[in-house]
Design a binder for this molecule. Structure first.
Ligand SMILES: Nc1ncnc2c1ncn2[C@@H]1O[C@H](COP(=O)(O)OP(=O)(O)OP(=O)(O)O)[C@@H](O)[C@H]1O
Ligand SMILES: [Mg+2]
Length: 369
């Protein structure tokens, strides 16, 4: 189907869909698009195509995809609030500006970060931006249950188009009972990123913002990671309490987009499963003797293992080099070997057990490991 969009209007496309610019110019979260550029919108995701001049799009819509047109841009004006503060920090010789984003689920954290990334990259010549993804449940970089980062100098229409450079496997999809490990992982990844001296570091966080435990976790993160700026995305007062504990020029709230779309728990689960599928594509079964691995926790190897309830594991090379994830499918107790489904071809030297259980189709199943 073909659609024309007048200048200054936005076409909101809910996936699954594929969009190609036939003529004219558009912006998706601040990334400019010109004819023949193609954009994929996965199921459960929405992308806004803002026409900066008369625009014609060719759309291929999958089952359940929808298209709606609205007047003007769907990027709230307040999303531009950080730029003068960033400039001010740079004028004060801050070499790497680190920005942490907070917000409830579906507040628009990933979209806002995409917009920030694109605007920063387009505003200055040859700059590099690191994105550190601390959202374990709705990961954009790396598989779910993993903290990942990427460093880029090219704009993107979504953060999941960024290449995973290194990761830290936490093993669960929520920080609720794994706060200390998540903080440890984020700190380790941030230290690694800083060694590469990017111009900016953008930190995404999870949507756990309401209540005492969430407040404590977020304040610990801020204390440990010491960002120059903390930006809260406010919908209906979800981040007000956390923000009230913070102060200074680098602390601000921006609005959630009125066009942000909410996802059901089932959709969120399906999106997590998409990340396992992506990182386990072309997997093979590898048989690894336990004696050739450092296993964490040391008593983590189960006595029996059902292939229908495989345990998600993180695989590492030497040091902190994350190789990818795998799924423990079988155990041979006599030979003491593990049968692991993974797309990692390098021989891992360290294996970390997670708590996520996956069936043979990589769907999350409930239960204890
Ligand atoms: N400014 C905007 N214009 C159009 N759509 C938007 C905008 N902001 C967010 N959305 C849409 O709303 C949905 C939720 O936004 P997003 O994924 O950025 O939120 P999130 O806070 O990262 O959510 P999660 O907690 O699931 O990670 C997405 O489909 C996104 O495309
Ligand atoms: Mg997100």
């Amino acid at each position: 189907m073909q659609r024309t969009v007048p200048t200054n209007n936005t076409l909101l496309v809910d996936g699954p869909a594929r969009v190609v610019v036939a003529s004219g110019k558009a912006e998706v979260f601040g990334k400019p698009l010109t004819p023949t550029q193609r954009v994929i919108i996965r199921e459960g995701k929405r992308k806004p195509f803002y026409a900066t001049e008369p625009l014609t799009l060719n759309l291929l819509l999958g089952a359940g995809a929808t298209v709606t047109e609205t007047e003007g841009s769907t990027i709230p004006q307040s999303w531009n609030k950080p730029f003068p503060v960033i400039e001010d920090l740079q004028n004060r010789q801050v070499k790497t500006v680190t920005i942490m984003v907070l917000g409830a689920s579906d507040a628009g954290k990933s979209s806002f970060l995409t917009y920030l990334l694109n605007r920063l990259l387009l505003g200055k010549n040859a700059c590099s931006v690191a994105v550190l993804d601390g959202d374990l449940g709705q990961s954009d970089i790396g598989p779910s249950a993993t903290i990942g980062y990427s460093i880029t100098s090219k704009p993107v229409t979504e953060l999941s188009n960024l290449k995973l450079e290194n990761g830290y496997f936490v093993g669960v999809t929520s920080p609720v009972n794994a706060g200390a490990k998540a903080v440890e992982g984020l700190t380790a990844m941030l230290t690694e990123i800083n060694l590469r001296q990017p111009d900016y570091i953008l930190i995404n966080t999870d949507g756990f913002v309401i209540g005492e435990a969430a407040l404590r976790y977020k304040l610990t993160l801020i204390k440990e990671l010491k960002p120059n700026m903390v930006i809260g995305i406010e919908g209906k007062g979800e981040v007000a309490e956390i923000m009230s504990y913070l102060g200074g020029a680098g602390v601000m709230t921006v609005e959630s987009a009125g066009t942000a779309s909410e996802r059901s728990p089932e959709k969120r689960k399906a999106l997590r499963e998409q990340t396992y599928t992506r990182y386990l594509r072309h997997s093979k079964l590898h048989c690894i003797p336990v004696s050739q691995l450092v296993v964490e926790p040391r008593n983590g190897v189960p006595k029996t293992q059902s292939p229908d309830r495989g345990i998600l594991v993180g695989l590492y090379h030497y040091g902190t080099k994350f190789l990818g994830v795998g799924v423990l499918r079988e155990i041979n107790i006599e030979r003491y070997t593990l049968k692991i489904e993974t797309a990692v071809s390098k021989k891992p030297v360290r294996l970390v057990f997670g708590k996520v259980l996956l069936d043979r189709k990589l769907r999350e199943v409930q239960g204890q490991t």
